[in-house]
Design a protein around this ligand. Structure first.
Ligand code: ATR
Length: 268
C-alpha cells in the first residue's frame, strides 16, 4: 500500500512535481505515490476534501490556489502564517496542516546549491504579489543587510515591506528609483509569462550579482538574458522547485531526500 500525495492547481499539466517526488520516493524507499490533480477554479475546497476523504495524505498547492489553501488549513506553520499562503497541506485525521516551503526552497538553492551567503547581502526583490510574500520570512531569517522590494505599483511594494519590517530591514520603491548594485536580485513578478521583464535600470546588475528568476523554462527568461548581458550570474527557478519539493517531502515523511541526484536526473 502506497500513501497518496498530489500537486493540485489549474493548469497542472506541465508540473514536474510528480517526477521529482517519485525520484525522492525511490531514493528514500518511502512508499508513496504522487500524481497531478486538476481542480476547477471555483472548486478548490471540494477537490481537496475529496482527495483527503479518499485517503490522500497530503498535497502540494500551486497557482492559483495558495491563498485558498491557507484559508482551508485548520492550522498553519509560522512561515505559512507570515506568507498568508500555503503550498503544502498535510492531512492528519480531521486536521489540515498548512505549510509554505517556497521560501526555504529558494534559500536552500541560493545558500546550499550555489554556495552564496545571504548574510549582510543587499537583496532586491522585484514584484509584490503572492510569489514575493511566500519567500519574505525565510529570506529575512538569513539576516541580509537590506531586502528592498521594487514593484511596478510602488504602493504594493510599500505595503509588503511594511508588513515584514519587524523581521529585518526592508525597504521599497518603484523600478525607476532603483540605484546602485545588488548582491542578489530575485524576479518574483509574473512579467515573464508575457515574455517581458520589469523595467529596471541596467546598473543594478554587476559581475558579482546573482540574478534569479523564480520561474523556470527551457531557455533563459527575458530577465535572465538581460541580467547576463550586464555580467550577472543567472539562475532560473528549477533549483527552488526541487528544494521546496524536498522540504515538503520532509514535512510529510520526516525524511530529507538528497536533491543532487534529482538535478543530475534532469541534466542540471
Ligand atoms: P500573484 O499573487 O499570483 O503572484 P499578482 O498579485 O498579480 O500575482 O502579482 C504579480 C506580480 O507581477 C506583481 O508584482 C505585478 O506587479 P503589479 O503589482 O504592479 O501589478 C508583477 N507584474 C506582472 N506583470 C508585470 C509586468 N509586465 N511588468 C512588471 N511587473 C509585472
Amino acid at each position: 500500500m502506497h500513501d497518496r500525495y498530489a500537486v493540485v492547481g489549474n493548469p497542472i499539466a506541465h508540473s514536474k512535481s510528480p517526477e521529482i517526488h517519485t525520484l525522492f520516493a525511490r531514493q528514500t524507499g518511502e512508499p508513496i505515490e504522487y500524481t497531478k490533480l486538476l481542480s476547477p477554479l471555483d472548486g478548490f475546497a471540494g477537490t481537496v476534501r475529496q482527495f483527503a476523504a479518499d485517503g490522500g495524505k497530503g498535497l502540494n498547492v500551486t497557482v492559483p490556489f495558495k491563498f485558498e489553501a491557507f484559508r482551508l488549513a485548520t492550522e498553519n506553520t509560522p512561515r505559512a502564517e507570515t506568507a498568508g499562503a500555503v503550498n503544502t497541506l498535510r492531512f492528519d485525521g480531521n486536521r489540515i496542516l498548512g505549510d509554505n516551503t517556497d521560501g526555504a526552497g529558494l534559500v536552500a538553492d541560493i545558500t546550499r546549491n550555489l554556495g552564496i551567503s545571504l548574510r549582510d547581502a543587499r537583496i532586491l526583490m522585484l514584484g509584490a504579489g503572492g510569489a514575493a510574500y511566500g519567500v519574505m520570512l525565510p529570506l529575512l531569517d538569513q539576516k541580509p543587510k537590506v531586502l528592498h522590494i521594487a514593484n511596478r505599483t510602488p504602493a504594493k511594494a510599500a505595503v509588503l515591506a511594511e508588513a515584514f519590517a519587524r523581521y529585518g530591514r526592508t525597504d521599497s520603491s518603484g523600478y525607476d528609483a532603483l540605484e546602485g548594485q545588488y548582491d542578489v536580485i530575485i524576479n518574483a513578478t509574473s512579467a515573464g509569462l508575457q515574455d517581458t521583464m520589469p523595467a529596471v535600470p541596467a546598473g543594478i546588475f554587476g559581475e558579482g550579482t546573482l540574478a534569479l528568476d523564480m520561474v523556470y523554462a527551457d531557455r533563459p527568461t527575458v530577465f535572465m538574458a538581460f541580467a547576463a548581458e550586464q555580467g550577472a550570474c543567472i539562475r532560473d527557478g528549477f533549483g527552488m522547485l526541487v528544494e521546496q519539493a524536498a522540504e515538503s517531502f520532509f514535512v510529510w515523511r520526516g525524511v530529507r531526500p538528497d536533491t543532487a541526484s534529482v538535478f543530475a536526473h534532469f541534466g542540471r
